[in-house]
Write a protein that binds this ligand. Sequence first.
Ligand code: FUC
Length: 348
Amino acid sequence: MEIKTDVIKVEDQQWKEFTLVNDNGMTVSILDFGGIITKVLAPDRDGKLENVVVGFENYQDYLVNPGYFGALIGRVAGRIENAQFEIDGKPYTLPKNEGEHHLHGGNPGFHNTIWTVVPFENNEEVGLTLTLESKDLENGYPGNLRMTVTYTLNNDNAFTITYEGVSDHKTVLTSTNHSYFNLSGNLKSDIQDHQITLDSSKFVELDEELIPTGKILDVNNTVYDFRNGRPMKDGVTSEFKQNLVANHGYDHYFIFDHNKKESAIVCEETSGRQLTVITDQPGVVMYTSNNLPEGLKLRERDSVQYLGLCLETQGSPASIHHDGFPSIWLDKDEKYFAKTTFIFDTIE
Ligand code: FUC
């Protein structure tokens, strides 16, 4: 195992890109800017290493990055309705960066801040520790927050992200990583034929602005029932209102049953690649690139709709305004901890 380091010059900034390499040759490349995962080389059923995430050809495009490719997201991943909340009767107002609402932590957020990165290696894994201090009322969020994110890669082709945070004031926090997976290898095809299994019997209903209505729906008899596996394209062709509000696909929070060890399994038949997700988080936003802008210059090709699958394991921002949703409240001095492992292997 080893860690390689490259210096990347982008306009007046100097970034570092770290590449974690395991004994199988699997690699994960990560920038200190936004903690962005730029490239993941994983083997197909014949052992051929190819890239399985969406990333830009030119690093400078990460400065804008409208789709948040590969980035850490925070303080709150997802949408905060009307960009406001109250703590003990005191109102807090956040920047409105999507209509009337607040999306993915605001700007600058975790996704476009340069993190302090320390590489490490032990007998089991290679990894990076990323830290960031977010000041009280930065983007309107209360509390000085200290965040630590750890990325590790081991020889079982397991890539783990651990998130830790502590704030000196009661606040809201739910971070995630916004990688777009595509197991075909080097973006050969879109993800409509990816077969997805989710350990989830409930999902969160959205309104036309993708804001949770406050209702939790049962997946029974809908194309949201991924318990026994289903191709992503079922959501593209469906006339079900929830798929239509998401622009013909999925952009929904699924609540895990946590009946199984594996919360999500994604398979791509042609390459034989399989991605297994194991997490301690209460749910996942599954976003299928329904609104991915076309024509972005990516490493292997130009972007098209449905090119990547985001599995954003996290709590639900709807918990700020509604009871009964997986909470993102964090008390003063309480330790925030979240862990998600992505395992890359193959099927026959
Ligand atoms: C996901 C979605 C959003 C948005 C963003 C880039 O998290 O929930 O709708 O398009 O990614």
